[in-house]
Ligand binder design. Structure first.
Ligand code: 6PG
Length: 233
């Protein structure tokens, strides 16, 4: 389902309210909510609204979608962004956040994170909600165009070298995204418009626009876009 709002703030606010509702419903139905969060910059605005929502964070397990191969505290660390913009303002206990250990060698970090997911969920980790962004090149998580991992449907987590960023990344694999009960995609700005158009163009192969994976999930996918990122006739 597509939700296009006039501004990035309105898209972020609606995404936050929807995520808070998913969490409340999951806690009501199963006593707990499991949520995986992407990094980058877009979530920061959404987190500002999310921390205002009435959420019983003691019943929420937070995980990461992906991480850069850097230690906590590094300027591009996703776990540090999540801690600074969500955990601290919402006073969420650090024990409720299961971060990817970006400080380790990427393949070790990926192996350990997969072990955590298998321990916490079993062989088929099903999240109540996964927050995804979209890069200007239509990547999502750390699944970039041309990376064979985009077509992987068996693994849980992998390390991958992103040449154009000269950066190691650790990312959940498509199977995790496809198993989610709900996926919330938040994207704003004119620099995302081409990527969104590619995603919704049937002729575009998944390998060219990895965010297309988000269309194939077994659960519900909600696209929260601002006017600039949204499709234009
Ligand atoms: C990351 C994210 C990535 C992000 C997109 C959009 O580690 O960068 O997980 O998938 O969602 O790159 O990034 P922005 O929100 O910064 O535009």
């Amino acid at each position: 389902m597509m939700h296009v709002h006039p501004t990035p703030a309105e898209a972020a606010e609606h995404c936050a309210k929807y995520l808070a509702q998913i969490i409340e419903d999951a806690i009501h139905e199963r006593g707990r909510a499991d949520v995986a969060l992407s990094g980058g910059s877009t979530p920061k605005l959404m987190f500002q609204y999310l921390v205002r929502e009435k959420v019983d964070w003691s019943k929420v397990r937070l995980y990461q979608v992906d991480e850069r191969g850097v230690p906590p505290g590094h300027p591009v660390s996703n776990s540090t962004m999540i801690e600074e913009h969500l955990l601290q303002p919402a006073e969420i206990d650090a024990e409720n956040f299961h971060r990817i250990q970006g400080e380790l060698h990427a393949t070790d970090a990926a192996m350990r994170y997969a072990e955590v997911l298998r321990h916490d969920f079993g062989p088929d980790p099903v999240f109540d909600a996964i927050l995804c962004g979209v890069g200007p090149d239509a990547h999502t998580a750390s699944l970039f165009p041309g990376d064979p991992l985009v077509l992987d449907r068996t693994g849980l987590v992998s390390a991958t070298w992103v040449e154009k960023m000269s950066q190691w990344r650790i990312t959940v694999l498509p199977r995790i995204l496809l198993l989610a009960r709900q996926i919330l995609v938040l994207a704003a700005g004119t620099d995302k418009a081409t990527a969104i158009r590619m995603v919704f163009d049937d002729a575009t192969p998944d390998l060219d626009a990895p965010a297309k994976i988000l269309l194939h999930g077994s659960g519900l996918t909600h696209w929260f876009l601002d006017h600039d990122a949204g499709p234009h006739e």
